[in-house]
Design a protein around this ligand. Structure first.
Ligand SMILES: Cc1ncc(C[n+]2csc(CCOP(=O)(O)OP(=O)(O)O)c2C)c(N)n1
Length: 578
């Protein structure tokens, strides 16, 4: 046993390691990504990035079927992608234990919505554990495997941004290799066609009843009795806020198992307190459960449905003294996210704006082209949506749209869920132009490899999908590759492909400038004699370019010499060594 200060996600990884997990397949997504990255540091665990969450979950299922403990990790929206296998592996159950780590993002620090994953546990009838600090993250992960095997079910481990990305003390232990569970052919259990699936459903319902019985007595659903005027039912990070705001005296029922929830334990707790309060982020899941039990509760009538909670939110809503905190005296100016200096996406978006294109967007670093000064991207829903949507957009409007509309998405997003949309374009023939921004990495989530990069999760050489060949094999005859930093070439290719009378794919290829192996050029300077202050260089929104005394200036600590601004200057005022 050793005490370590660990990030919540690293603690989950430690739990996976100690539990003898053998296979992890995941797709990156904040705030879940570090679970797999940390787990990959243990040579005993095979870890991989799958092309998407559905694949990851099915890989984990295959591994547990084979008799090895397995896991898959994803962010909350990843469960949408994996929902198809999810609902059916609930019926088949597992062989060795299988844990689905999902990290929610209340407050949308880095997500497109705020969905509450607890609904998936309820809807798929799969149990869910919810740790409230790093120690629990490690412990609950190990417990999750035990429960998965005991109750023959995949099991959720639900994290959230604050638990994933906060550090606290964890007592780490040794890895325990679980006994091998040989795979045994069992068609009735694993082939979910109607005749075999029907008898599995009552088994799932009985499992939920058994899990409710477990939830009544498990120590992870913990009553901390204090003053009886008020009793709070809570879980996850909200438990920490409750303790800091309401103090040590208040009675608390802390739920570590959020699905299924106990009934008698809650009724007993409620009977001992004068007022019952539910403190939970996002949706009223605990609250609705309590109401179904006939209890009168205070919850979402006082607390918001939106955003993260904090000590301040609780104090304000319940009229309690604000817990002491320190804040800066100075007001810091807002700093919206921007593409990095030298980002290879910038040149393409300048070109699309110049050509007055309607740009259906997707999710990645390039989504930042939706904000000032480019305002280029007009839609963003979910990964892969740009490719499917442009087909619908063009089918609806015909030639009027086809000559000016493009879909943009990154290499990782194309592998994740853009390919099927392109298959639809090739099959149902809309004259759509799809642009794959190939920066040789999954940039937005912090540089994970994907099937187009030629490396695996550990950075070792791996299979590499050739995007051009893939698009051609799908039936797209016009496939063009262009350097996005070459504005003239980019402009010509965009014009030609929009004018063409058949579907086309443009691949803008240049590696992310933050990749270690990318060599940068000398920084660009501005010749103040030649600069007329026309601000043409400002149109690309490069953070390295500023304006001082009516002239452009370039910050040499930021500039990587990509040369895009230089191509915009009509007065030859910009260049290396000016
Ligand atoms: C279903 C789902 N899974 C994961 C994410 C997290 N995520 C946001 S963008 C992105 C990939 C971005 O990589 P890429 O498409 O290569 O574009 P880049 O950021 O490199 O420009 C991921 C994994 C998400 N938003 N939705």
């Amino acid at each position: 046993m050793m005490k370590q200060l660990l990030l919540g996600n690293a603690a989950v990884a430690r739990g996976l390691y100690e539990a003898g997990c053998a296979v992890i397949s995941s797709y990156p997504g904040t705030p879940s990504t570090e679970i797999t990255e940390e787990a990959a540091k243990y040579p005993e665990i095979y870890c991989e990035w799958a092309p998407n969450e559905k694949v990851a979950m099915e890989v984990a299922f295959g591994a547990c079927l084979a008799g090895k403990r397995s896991a898959c990790c994803m962010k909350h929206v990843g469960v949408n992608v994996a929902a198809d296998p999810l609902f059916t592996i609930s019926y088949t159950g597992v062989n060795a234990g299988m844990v689905i780590c999902v990290a929610d993002d209340p407050g949308m620090h880095s997500s497109q919505n705020e969905q509450d994953s607890r609904h998936y546990a309820i809807a798929s009838k799969i149990p869910m554990l919810e740790p409230a600090d790093s120690a629990e993250a490690c412990e609950f992960t190990k417990l999750a495997f035990e429960l998965s095997e005991q109750f023959d079910t995949p099991i959720f481990l639900k994290m959230c941004t604050r638990i994933s990305h906060s550090q606290s003390i964890v007592e780490t232990g040794e890895r325990k290799e679980p006994p091998h569970k040989p795979y045994i052919k069992n068609i009735e259990k694993y082939v979910m066609m109607p005749g075999y699936a029907r008898p599995r459903h009552p088994i799932v319902e009985q499992r939920t009843r058994d899990l409710i019985a477990y939830a009544e007595t498990t120590p992870i659903n913990r009553v901390e009795m204090g003053d009886t005027k008020m009793g709070i039912i809570t879980s996850s990070v909200s438990y920490q806020y409750v303790r800091e705001t309401f103090g040590e005296d208040v009675s608390v029922l802390k739920l570590g198992m959020i699905h299924p929830m106990p009934q008698q334990l809650i009724l007993d707790f409620a009977s001992k307190v004068d007022q019952l309060i539910i403190v939970e982020e996002l949706d009223p899941v605990i609250e609705e459960h309590c109401k179904t039990l006939g209890l009168v509760v205070t919850g979402k009538d006082v607390l918001p449905l939106e955003d993260e909670f904090s000590q301040a939110v609780l104090a304000e809503r319940f009229g309690l003294p604000m817990p002491p905190s320190t804040s800066l005296e100075v007001k810091i100016p807002g700093r919206p996210p921007v593409m990095c200096p030298g980002c290879p996406h910038r040149g393409l978006f300048y070109t699309l704006v110049k050509n007055k294109c309607t740009v259906l967007g997707d999710i990645g670093c390039y989504t930042l082209a939706a904000i000032a000064p480019l305002y280029a991207i007009e839609t963003t829903e979910c990964m892969g949506a740009s490719v499917s949507s442009i087909h619908g957009f063009n089918k609806a409007l015909g030639a009027e749209a086809e000559g000016r509309t493009v879909a943009v998405l990154g290499d990782s997003t194309f592998m994740h869920s853009g390919m099927t949309g392109l298959a639809n374009i090739a099959y149902n023939q809309s004259n759509s132009t799809v642009i794959i921004l190939d920066n040789s990495i999954t940039g937005m989530t912090g540089h994970q490899h994907n099937p187009t990069t030629g490396c695996n999760l550990r950075g070792e050489p791996a299979g590499k999908i050739d995007l051009e060949e893939l698009c051609r094999a799908m039936g797209i005859r016009r496939v063009r590759v262009v350097d996005p930093n070459d504005l003239a070439a980019c402009d010509a290719v965009v014009k030609e492909e929009l004018a063409a009378n058949e579907p086309s794919v443009i691949i803008t290829r240049r590696p992310c400038v933050l990749l270690k192996h990318v060599k940068t050029a000398p920084a660009i300077s501005v010749d103040p004699e030649k600069c007329t202050g026309c601000k043409a260089c400002m149109k690309i929104g490069c953070p390295a370019i500023a304006f001082r005394e009516k002239k452009a200036v370039i910050d040499h600590t930021l500039c990587v010499g990509c040369g895009v601004c230089e191509q915009l200057c009509k007065f030859d005022a910009m260049g290396a060594g000016k």
